[in-house]
Design a protein around this ligand. Structure first.
Ligand code: SAM
Ligand code: DTB
Ligand code: SF4
Length: 328
């Protein structure tokens, strides 16, 4: 594989051509491009593979909140940190159905249910399976994020009609141990293998702005892009600093570095949906438009993510109208 060590060495990829495996130096060279060149190139790849004026919208619901055994340093839901997040038990089925109906009425095409677990116990999973069946019956795409899966659980989710499983690699292997100590990135990869083997679409991305280096960010993109089959959906989250967590005072990432990360994801994973995820509430409309120009074509829609806010649906509707974007 050619190692790109200078701008001249960035391979001139035909937009439709997926170049894999990606070398870290190649992706770092993408990050080093002038922003306009990088965004231009990402937009070219985007247009070859997607309608550039269409954005997929998913609504999130936290079906089990807080009290998680894991120590992820960014998370409001870890039992180890003193945050404002109140613990809540697994939500009753009728409340989940009502929330999904409301999301559908507002125009979301996918409903994502999140649980603050290391992984689901079998009896909890049975209740989530009912949620998946009922949401699917509404005619929506279904997604869950439940933590690490044990053998057989992915197949049960598939049988219930699950379309996507979200499980983020979150950060580069080298940086992972500085963020999370209660499990390893290999544990997460194991769950992703199970999801893939069960025939469920994979949704996996990460968080940036946690104090990682550009090299760490590029390495995460390389890892995702070089999977035997890249994730169908790649959420790029900007850290939402949560008071009480070890990351509460982390310095804010340069927004253009966020845009570069979206562009790098788009170029290296031409066929994947790249999701502009957490952190959107703090972004201006102009910055979001730049992210769409760089190839983001999916987002969370609705006033809440899991425990933090998201732009009001009305603000998003107005933004789409101003940009001439259609929701899908
Ligand atoms: N417990 C499950 C897990 O860890 O996969 C599912 C829920 S967990 C909250 C889902 C994802 O939300 C994490 O992998 C992380 O990428 C993202 N996330 C959590 N807290 C965040 C924060 N403060 N800022 C940005 N993203 C965050
Ligand atoms: C993902 O990558 N981002 C979403 C979803 N998958 C589950 C979660 C974002 C959480 C942001 C912080 C919070 O609201 O607690
Ligand atoms: Fe638990 Fe998931 Fe939060 Fe980690 S990210 S503490 S596993 S809810």
């Amino acid at each position: 594989m050619q190692q790109a060590s200078s701008l001249a060495a960035v391979p001139a990829v035909s937009p439709t051509e997926a170049v894999r495996p990606w070398a870290l130096a190649e992706v770092l060279a993408l990050y080093d491009l002038p922003l306009i060149d990088l965004v231009w190139r990402a937009q070219g790849v985007h247009r070859e593979n997607f309608d550039p004026n269409a954005i997929q919208r998913s609504t999130l619901l936290s079906v089990k909140t807080g009290g998680c055994s894991e120590d992820c340093s960014y998370c409001s839901q870890s039992a180890r940190y003193d945050t404002d997040t109140e613990r809540e038990r697994l939500m009753p089925l009728d409340q989940v159905i009502a929330a999904a109906q409301a999301a559908k009425a507002k125009g979301a095409s996918r409903f994502c249910m999140g649980a603050a677990w290391k992984g689901p116990k079998d009896n909890d999973l049975d209740r989530v399976l009912d949620m998946v069946r009922e949401v699917k019956a509404l005619g929506m795409q279904t997604c869950v994020t439940l933590g690490m899966l044990k053998e057989g659980q992915a197949e049960k989710l598939k049988d219930a009609g699950l379309d996507y499983y979200n499980h983020n690699l979150d950060t580069d292997k080298e940086f992972y141990g500085q963020v999370i100590k209660t499990h390893t990135q290999d544990d997460r990869l194991d769950t992703l293998d199970q999801v893939r083997d069960a025939g469920i679409n994979v949704c996996s991305g990460g968080i940036i702005g946690m104090g990682e280096s550009r090299k760490n960010r590029a390495a995460l993109i390389v890892q995702l892009a070089n999977m035997p089959q890249p994730p169908e959906s790649v959420p790029i989250n900007n850290l939402v600093p949560i008071p009480g967590t070890p990351m509460a005072d982390t310095a804010r990432l340069d927004p253009f570095e966020f845009v570069r990360t979206i562009a790098a994801a788009r170029i290296t994973m031409p066929k994947s949906w790249v999701r502009l995820s957490a952190g959107r509430q703090e972004m201006s409309d102009e910055l979001q438009a730049l992210c769409f120009l760089a190839g983001a074509n999916s987002m969370f829609y609705g006033d809440f993510l899991l425990t933090t806010g998201n732009p009001d649906a009305d603000r998003d509707d107005a933004l789409f109208a101003r940009l001439g974007i259609k929701a899908i």
